[in-house]
Design a protein around this ligand. Structure first.
Ligand SMILES: [Zn+2]
Length: 138
């Protein structure tokens, strides 16, 4: 059932008018229920106004997947940033990825850079500080 909100230009009061159908709405001449004036200004309903940004924390996993598959790295970065605020993210790589995605970097290149960093840390055996801290190794 369509609901339209109006502000009366005669008495200045707001009113919501209900119609049985959109056809009724087209045929009807809206009149102020308070004073009977037909000098009404249609108001934009509040439900029609969407928030400027998407609330990614309330997205379903399907929605998230579509964001990831869209290839829109800025949107992806924004999503990861929002999600990262909800759950405590300790992984420094995660914040790095988020930062770069928000900057508009290519996700593929970021992934390559990260895997390159991984192989660097395992390949570099000269670091005495990291070797001393690693007591768990047998
Ligand atoms: Zn009125």
């Amino acid at each position: 059932m369509p609901v339209y909100e109006y502000r009366c230009n005669s008495c200045g009061r707001d009113s919501a008018l209900y119609y049985k159908s959109y056809r009724d709405y087209d045929a009807a001449t809206p009149a102020c229920p308070h004073c009977g004036s037909t000098d009404l200004t249609r108001r934009i309903s509040t439900v029609a106004i969407q928030r400027p940004g998407r609330d990614y924390s309330k997205m379903s996993s399907d929605d998230m997947l579509s964001v990831m598959e869209s290839g829109d790295s800025r949107q992806l970065g924004e999503m990861m940033h929002q999600l990262g605020q909800d759950e405590v993210v300790n992984d420094p790589a995660f914040s790095e990825v988020t930062k770069r995605l928000r900057r508009g970097d290519d996700p593929d290149r970021i992934e390559r850079d990260l895997s390159a960093q991984d192989s660097d840390s395992t390949g570099a055996s000269g670091g005495s500080a990291s070797a001393a801290a690693d007591t768990s190794s047998t």
